[in-house]
Design a protein around this ligand. Sequence first.
Ligand code: PRE
Length: 313
Amino acid sequence: MRYAYLGPEGTFTEAALRALMPQAPEADLVAYPGVDAVFSAIRRGEVAGGVVPLENSLEGGVSATMAELINGDPLLIAAETALPVRFTLFARDGVALADVKRVATHPHAYAQCRGWLARNLPDAEVFTVSSTAAAAQAVAEPGAPYDAAVCARVAGERYRLNALAEGIGDRSDTATRFIQLVRPQPLPEPTGADRTSLVAFLADDHPGALIELLQQFAVRGVNLTRLESRPTGDGLGRYCFCLDADGHVADPAVGEALMGLRRICKEVRFLGSYPRVGLGTELSPFLPPRGTTSADFYEAERWLARVRAGEPG
Ligand SMILES: O=C(O)C(=O)C[C@]1(C(=O)O)C=C[C@@H](O)C=C1
């Protein structure tokens, strides 16, 4: 089984794929030049699945991934992982920090190192490329158009570059969340610690429309871990809402919340229920509100069936 990732070799996404599938043989990991290319390879059936970055703790959602999830032919999220991301400035042998005038990196990496670059290379121009490893690969080429790359240590080493400065992120604690995508297929079984992702499109614009959407989760005791509004592409002021909720769609509370959304939204795109990975920065745990455990939902369903059958409740 082959798996696609945002390449070339040495990206953070490759590290995420290895973390998600430690048993996968080397030859089965296939690098693609962009997030959209990974999505297409999965849709075309060239690979069994693939890994792309979803969001960064500093820079937020990865637009290319969000756009494909929202608008492209549907794929399912089958797993997630989160990795710390640390950046190093690499150059060819013989290039010193003072020589660096043109820096290449990925836009998300640039966003995480902007302050360091402004302080230490105020006159350098920054060029964004398809990944941090693509930047390292480009710097290593003879006659390269760039003097240095901001990338992972493994990428600099892979392309035999020289480290000029380590830990150049503006924060030392940033993390990126990655998702493993597959073609539509039966969902992973609930594990008891799952996450459900979806995109909701409002039916119309009226006061409280977003509150009504959120209430579907709140009244059923379903905890939301992410809410991101993204433009639908249909013009200014048109948004859809990307939500992550604790729980599996097979859990009654999550299932009922999704049915509620389906009733009030123009469209709900289900993106998957998959084992949840602790991101390490969760807010303090809470007790489920009264009447919102799965047992409470099943008990109420049995009670309603008795009432409907004319039996004493
Ligand atoms: O360029 C890479 O190495 C990637 O894996 C992509 C990516 C991203 O899209 O955010 C992943 C993690 C870092 O935040 C920087 C870049």
